[in-house]
Write a protein that binds this ligand. Structure first.
Ligand SMILES: *Cc1c(COP(=O)(O)O)cnc(C)c1O
Length: 432
């Protein structure tokens, strides 16, 4: 059922009212559809691979609440586990056995993680890891990559992707110069630039942080040897290597990009999937480094709701579901079918495009490419992407509302969902 004339009256009413109540009518910027134009739809409920808006329209969803919904939305086993946990209360603010369970699962899965600290969001995880990498090395500077997003802490708001890229803000007002004066940036996939920064700032760089597979500048894979090269350089210059796997953790592979590419960082941040749709983040890594975190060590970091029993429960159940044999083969198969299909259709309908996927993460840029970094990504025809996005939405397919965001699949997406999505894409691209 290809839906070409959706009615969104209620969405428009709710969103109009929201504009007076919350800045831009949203709780997080990209949701406002600024970069694709048009009105956002307002959600009513989600289930499996689908979402329904307040007007009752159904969409196939490739945002998956920005990554967490890898089992599909509101998986019955996750919901059942949450019901049971709910009866025992919503927050303890004290140790619970559930934290041990999720911590053990994370430590078993992620090669770099020997100890872990739970927090409430990816932003918080990245803030924690930043303080820790500086404390451990006794150095202040860090290297990040253009287009990589590590949450909205001051130090990271330099050439950050995601909503910052979407809104065209090179930086944000309110971030003091002092907060970013220690942030050095390099183009993704460019080892020479990283080496040059290490040379220019000898004994001053605490570490390198990156999205090992970029999702916040659109989908950009690491070139062969890039991650290995960073591992060698950080060793050579006595700095730490930090993988921000908030998006890629348990998505690129069960053990994240570090398992997939066989490169083990010193520290890792997690979020999204490990909360199964509830607010969670985590950072972890080598035992000697993590032992510096309070109260084991002097590096302060705390949280009223950290290790929350509902969030731990949703995370545990989600990881259990991901352990079923064949899950990642299935995710790879359907996502490859989708990404290859979109490229093929773009070619047949005469649009310059490039893109790709790894496991359940994909992207499509309206530029001939290849895209190795954020500069390449910015050559995309964003106006065309906006029309594509709107066309897909009006025909029942919900894509991330920005050229500079990756797409996500889940194991709730069926072959038929992919076929239908590709049929819609052919329709839309034919008239772009
Ligand atoms: C989403 C994301 C963050 C921020 O996580 P929040 O939970 O939104 O604060 C950090 N890093 C990466 C790589 C992300 O994708």
């Amino acid at each position: 059922m290809v839906n070409t004339t959706i009615k969104t009256t209620k969405s428009q009413e709710v969103f109009a009212a929201a504009q007076n109540l919350m800045p831009g009518g949203v709780s997080s910027p990209v949701r406002a559809f600024k970069s694709v134009g048009g009105q956002p739809i307002v959600f009513d409920r989600v289930k499996g691979a689908y979402i329904w808006d307040v007007d009752g329209n159904q969409y196939i969803d490739y945002v998956g609440t920005w990554g967490p919904a890898i089992c599909g939305h509101a998986h019955p086993e996750v919901i059942a586990a949450l019901h049971e946990a709910l009866e025992k209360g919503t927050s303890f603010g004290a140790p619970s056995a559930l934290e041990n369970v999720l911590a053990e699962m994370v430590i078993d899965a992620v090669p770099s993680i020997e100890m872990v600290r739970f927090v409430n969001s990816g932003t918080e995880a990245c803030m924690g890891v930043l303080r820790l990498m500086r404390a451990f090395t006794n150095r202040d500077k860090i290297i990040k990559f253009e287009g990589c997003y590590h949450g909205h802490a001051d130090t990271f708001l330099v050439k950050a992707g995601s909503g910052v890229a979407t809104l065209g803000l090179p930086d944000s007002p309110g971030v003091p110069k002092a907060a970013t004066s220690t942030t050095l940036t390099a183009p993704f996939n460019d080892l020479e630039s990283v080496k040059a920064l290490f040379e220019e700032n000898r004994d001053e760089i605490a570490g390198v942080i990156l999205e090992p597979v970029v999702g916040n500048a659109g989908f950009i894979a690491p070139d062969a040897g890039f991650l290995e090269g960073l591992r060698e350089l950080t060793h050579e210059y006595g700095a730490l290597l930090v993988f921000d796997e908030v998006m890629t953790g348990f998505r690129i592979a069960y053990g994240g990009a570090q398992e997939k590419f066989g490169v083990t960082p010193d520290l890792t941040t997690l979020g999204k999937v490990i909360g199964g749709g509830l607010p969670v983040g985590a950072y972890g890594g080598r035992r000697d480094i993590m032992s510096m975190v309070a109260p084991a060590g002097p590096v302060y970091q705390a949280g009223t709701l950290s290790g929350n029993p509902l969030a731990m429960t949703a995370g545990i159940k989600t990881l259990e579901l991901l352990q079923k044999p064949g899950t990642y083969d299935y995710l790879e198969r359907i996502t490859k079918k989708l990404a290859d299909g979109l490229l093929q259709i773009a070619k047949e309908t005469g649009h310059a495009a490039c893109g790709g996927q790894i496991s359940a993460m994909f992207g499509l840029f309206f530029t001939s490419g290849p895209v190795h970094n954020y500069e390449d990504a910015k050559k995309s025809d964003t106006a065309k992407f906006g029309r594509f996005h709107r066309g897909m939405l009006e025909r029942g397919v919900y894509l991330a509302p920005s050229q500079f965001e990756a797409g996500f699949t889940s194991f709730a997406h069926t072959e038929e969902d992919i076929d239908q999505t590709l049929a819609v894409a052919r329709d839309v691209m034919s008239s772009l």
